[in-house]
Design a protein. Structure first.
Length: 177
């Protein structure tokens, strides 16, 4: 997915508030059944194809999660908030919440990712990151070999961040190096 595709109306994340907290929402329509998308977004084997780092999880409400993003740093932790296969999965990641919703649309799947932010200024940064990751998810679901999500974003992340900031999303958070 190129920069223009990432920033199209169909793919661009939107900034909103969820229960008084800043949030980003992404919606994708996939020509795949809900069960295929569920396997890609709710299992370590599926997540490794598009989510940055290695994720482990206990698939039940209050189950533990770990996010091993950097081999030189301790893994981050989270907790499963919602587990309703194959339509709803939400979890904490650092101080954020990530909510995944899958809805059948005939034989297709409407996938919604909502990132409830711990800090408003992370919106443009996270918007760029999720855009890169969801591009990799699309490649994975379509059977196109992808790359490590951390590597996939090297050329795209900065222009995506700049585009989200230029569109008015808060952008004062610390940026990845």
């Amino acid at each position: 997915m190129n920069l223009t595709e990432h920033l199209s109306d169909a793919n661009r994340g939107t900034y909103l508030e969820v229960k008084g907290r800043p949030a980003l929402r992404f919606r994708r329509n996939y020509p795949h059944p809900v069960e295929r998308v569920w396997a890609a977004v709710s299992t370590p084997a599926g997540l490794k194809n598009w989510f940055p780092g290695q994720v482990t999880l206990e698939p039940w409400v209050d189950g533990a999660m770990t996010f091993d993003m950097d081999p030189n740093a301790p893994a981050g932790t989270g907790k499963v908030l919602t587990w309703q296969p194959p339509t709803r999965f939400s979890f904490t990641w650092h101080d954020d919440e990530v909510h995944l919703t899958l809805e059948a649309d005939g034989s297709n799947c409407v996938f919604t990712l909502t990132n409830v932010l711990s800090e408003k200024d992370g919106a443009a940064r996270n918007g760029a990151g999720w855009s890169v990751c969801l591009g990799e998810l699309t490649r994975h679901l379509d059977g196109v070999p992808g790359t490590d999500p951390n590597e996939a974003g090297t050329d795209l992340w900065q222009p995506l961040f700049e585009a989200y900031a230029a569109a008015g999303l808060p952008s004062g958070a610390t940026l990845p190096s």
